[in-house]
Design a protein around this ligand. Structure first.
Ligand SMILES: Nc1ncnc2c1ncn2[C@@H]1O[C@H](COP(=O)(O)OP(=O)(O)O)[C@@H](O)[C@H]1O
Ligand SMILES: [Mg+2]
Length: 591
């Protein structure tokens, strides 16, 4: 392989004089410690290398060895349940652990392989070779790599093998033999091929009412979570990792301080998956690149994470990728770009910030895999805009590529209203598409109720401004009632504690029941007002307190209690306004 000699070093960037050919994006090994790097520029006889490990102590005249391959990671069944650094090298234990420098590859785990093919069979790219079962029990598919395919010449019998040992030999089109293992290597910057990309059909169920009901993200879609410091980005991403209906979770901690990741690193291994009753880690891969790790590796970590997510998607699974935070990733891009001597653009970020963000988010997808199954990668990226200013470059560019925007609001967080998602700054472009899905979950009125809730919340913002000037009591009765209903929607529906055993995850059935119950309250309150009841009298209804607390009080397995609460509410309205009057009010309204 080619050789180059280091001439100049600045932090994670070095220049070396070529003694042979190098390709752009070729991965290289630097110096006696074989530090991992990547060729990012080539000028005449000089290569510019971005080094993914600490370059302290590296000297000019050190050797750089080419690998002939792009920067790539090994994808295999032993990824699940483990914690890696940004280049997918295993981190033992928790966040404080440091990666051993120059570590070449994952120590291959031994797994049980059960073949699913026979000699003579023709296998296309991405086809299923067999099943692999690790110590942790979960069975996974072994795939023919997307760049291979041919006739099976030999295949191993069922039994234990190292993950990277050959278990099958193919004769490819041109007659060459290719050995396949349970795992395979794939370049991180190249999206894995699929048979077909599919349009969004169903939402990713997050278990968070404000998201699922007001700002849903598609399965295979992309969402951004911008929010200032302490607004709840990390808590929300963790809640999504624990509660969403994905088969596999890829959690990327990118450039946050070690203690920010401690929650994930310490807590996840102790959690139980509410759906299967098995450890949550069994379906989770954590990639941690905390702020104390080399900055260039942070730039690469986002590609490692999405490549891992695509690998599980290609097994016909639904994957959710959480990235915390993409701002720290962009800062790494900025820092490395500065070392290249590139001209800074907006906010000091390189001009290609936007296209890099696009490259990342565009890998979110719902697809037909090469093997003919359906799989998806849903991407959710936190953004930490400096001083919470959403007009800064990372937020504004990300906005162009995501369909769901979950804006966390400092004021709400300060008032301890969680999740602090601002209902007027947030949006979901795909929402209309999900009405049929909600109908299958028992909420055919979902789109109408969603519009109603959003309208109430919008009116609330305007009326509160007015009320601050003239006083709430000076508002007309109708407007006072709007405020009352909007406050109830906020309190009973939008507020949801990530730390409540009952409420941290809300099933679609419970969300549907709660949404309809609140819709019915708004109808009943409007009818009562029309029949002469005052807003004060409606605010004093005995059921109101129970309604406000229903999220915390009534769990997913107690839906009949929501029906009882509704009956109680109807009785309260009936007591407030005699039925005859209600009827008259209805006639008046319709006549
Ligand atoms: N959904 C939530 N439920 C309850 N408390 C929350 C929630 N979100 C955030 N908090 C509180 O806010 C604090 C800061 O949240 P965090 O996610 O660390 O903020 P960020 O990552 O945006 O800086 C948490 O420690 C927690 O006390
Ligand atoms: Mg955080």
């Amino acid at each position: 392989m080619s050789l180059a000699i280091v001439r100049w070093i600045a932090g994670p960037v070095l220049h070396a004089v070529k003694q042979g050919p190098f390709a752009l994006r070729e991965s290289v090994r630097v110096g006696p410690q074989a530090l991992l790097g990547e060729v990012v520029r080539i000028h005449d006889d000089v290569i510019v290398v971005q080094v993914y490990e600490d370059t302290t102590g590296l000297r000019p005249s050190t050797e750089v060895h080419g690998s002939g391959q792009p920067l790539a990671i090994r994808l295999g069944p032993s990824l699940l349940g483990r914690i890696f650094d940004g280049l997918l090298r295993p981190l033992s234990g928790t966040g404080s652990a440091y990666v051993q420098q120059g570590l070449r590859s994952t120590a291959a785990e031994r797994l049980r392989f059960v073949p699913g093919v026979t000699v003579g069979q023709w296998l296309a790219a991405g086809a299923v070779l067999g099943q692999a079962q690790g110590a942790q029990g979960r069975s996974q598919r072994c795939l023919v790599p997307p760049d291979a395919g041919g006739e099976v010449v030999s295949v191993a019998a069922a039994g234990e093998h190292a993950e990277d040992a050959a278990i099958c030999t193919l004769r490819e089109h041109d007659g060459t033999l290719r050995e396949l293992a349970m795992s395979h290597v794939w370049p991180v910057r190249v999206p894995r091929p699929v048979a077909q990309r599919l349009p969004a059909l169903a939402p990713l169920v997050t278990g968070q009412r404000v998201l699922d009901c007001l700002f849903p993200v598609a399965q295979g879609g992309k969402a951004a979570i911008p929010g200032g410091f302490g607004t709840g980005k990390t808590v929300l991403l963790e809640a999504l990792a624990k509660g969403c209906n994905a088969d596999v979770i890829v959690y990327l901690g990118c450039g946050e301080r070690g203690n920010e990741m401690a929650g994930v690193l310490d807590e996840f291994p102790t959690l139980t998956d509410p759906r299967s009753g098995r450890p949550l880690m069994e379906r989770t891969v954590i990639i941690a690149n905390t702020s104390n790790m080399p900055v260039a590796a942070r730039e690469a970590s986002i590609y490692s994470a999405i490549t891992v997510a695509e690998y599980f998607r290609d097994q016909g699974l639904h994957v959710a990728l959480m990235a915390d935070s993409t701002s720290r990733w962009a800062e790494a891009l900025r820092e490395v770009s500065g070392r290249f001597g590139e001209l800074p653009g907006e906010g000091g970020y390189p001009a290609y910030l936007s296209s890099r963000l696009a490259d990342f988010y565009e890998r979110a997808s719902l697809v037909t895999t090469l093997a003919g199954d359906t799989g998806s990668v849903t991407v959710m990226g936190a953004i930490s805009p400096p001083s919470g200013d959403f007009s800064e470059p990372v937020t504004s560019h990300t906005k162009r590529y995501v369909k769901a925007f979950w804006a966390l609001d400092v004021k709400r967080a300060q008032a301890r209203f969680y999740p602090a998602i601002h209902p007027l700054q947030s949006y979901a472009e795909d929402a209309r598409e999900f009405a049929p899905w909600w109908a299958t979950q028992g909420n055919g009125e979902w789109l109408a109720l969603r519009r109603r809730f959003l309208t109430l919340l919008d009116e609330q913002a305007q009326l509160e401004r007015m009320a601050r000037i003239i006083g709430k009591d000076a508002l007309p009765a109708r407007q006072q009632l709007t405020l009352l209903c909007a406050e109830l929607v906020g309190e009973a529906f939008l507020r949801q504690s990530a730390f409540s055993d009952i409420d941290r995850v809300c099933s679609p059935a419970r969300q549907a029941a709660m949404m309809k119950l609140l819709g019915r309250f708004v109808d009943g309150a409007e009818a009562a007002l029309a029949a002469g009841a005052t807003p004060e009298a409606i605010a004093a209804l005995p059921c109101l307190r129970a309604l406000q607390r229903m999220g915390e009080d009534i769990g997913d397995d107690q839906l009949p209690r929501l029906a009882e609460l509704q009956a109680r509410m109807e009785r309260d309205f009936a007591a407030l306004v005699p039925a005859s009057l209600q009827g008259e009010a209805r006639d008046a309204a319709h006549g």
